[in-house]
Design a protein around this ligand. Sequence first.
Ligand SMILES: NC(=O)c1ccc[n+]([C@@H]2O[C@H](COP(=O)([O-])OP(=O)(O)OC[C@H]3O[C@@H](n4cnc5c(N)ncnc54)[C@H](O)[C@@H]3O)[C@@H](O)[C@H]2O)c1
Ligand SMILES: O=C(O)[C@H](O)CO
Length: 312
Amino acid sequence: MEILFYHPSFDNAFWVKALREALPDANIRVWTPGDNAPADYALVWHPPVEMLEGRKLKAVFALGAGVDAILGQLKAHPQMLDAAVPLFRLEDTGMAQQMQEYAVSQLLHWFRRFDDYQALKGEAKWQPLEEYAHKDFTVGILGAGVLGAKVAEALRPWGFPLRCWSRSRKDLPGVTSFAGAQELGDFLHGTRVLINLLPNTPETAGIINHALLAQLEEGSYLLNLARGVHLVEADLLQALESGKVKGAMLDVFREEPLPSDNPLWAHPRVAITPHIAAVTRPHEAIDYICHTIRQLERGEAVSGRVDRARGY
Ligand SMILES: NC(=O)c1ccc[n+]([C@@H]2O[C@H](COP(=O)([O-])OP(=O)(O)OC[C@H]3O[C@@H](n4cnc5c(N)ncnc54)[C@H](O)[C@@H]3O)[C@@H](O)[C@H]2O)c1
Ligand SMILES: O=C(O)[C@H](O)CO
């Protein structure tokens, strides 16, 4: 079995060594320009078109959870990958726990008003503030897939009212489920903390805009953990000025790295991390990929296949 590997920023030698240990019968090589030798599988992130074009592959594995970049490339270069070649993505593989840690810590930060106390510290003010009530801190999760469901699970013990919004209705313990465009308004009405874990698709790009933010509670909070294109940054800045949104924590941006002149950097009520909410964990990812390759070789049903038409 021949396996190609390509990632523009990972430690390729480390990955190839770990893959060889996990799949001792396979020949694994890092793809370099000009390599047209046959391959059965390709493990990729932002692959050059010429890497995949014209190949008869059994499957392609994206080395991350979101496949928007690779689907974007396919839209621009449909010849890059035959429509019959299955595309897989990483489902959880260690990312859910990272998302849980991120969401729980920031939610508690806002709930315990540490943002306000930090601002008071700047003025050397010793001033106990009124406590927030759990019942007033309804958390709404946009996207209740692999990661959204796990974030909801981690938030459940803390006693906040929880709700989620997804394409189809979900049955998550302790979480009120809203489904489809027709229920988005009901989902937003009463939501105090909005956590975005949607995939980037034509339907979801720009979804966090003025019209959406206007439907949240006064003094809401936004946690964008999915993709920068979901958020209309100017609309968020306006909502922060009006007080509709009290604080935001953003991990992803339309332009990454976020340019130094972007006004989000300087905003006192915006926290920023550099797209690290959940990173690919090599050993968990390799376990999943190797397990799936073995299943595919045996002709078994597998999980993690991307619906290319749907976009995630
Ligand atoms: N910031 C990071 O470090 C980081 C890390 C991993 C993943 N992500 C992002 O998180 C996203 C979610 O990952 P996942 O594994 O949970 O994806 P998933 O495919 O398991 O879940 C997607 C959810 O979104 C819902 N959805 C999709 N389109 C919708 C629509 N039009 N209307 C309503 N609901 C819709 C689906 O119903 C599903 O519940 C990824 O696509 C990726 O962009 C970010
Ligand atoms: O989608 C993912 O896996 C992360 O956001 C890395 O891009």
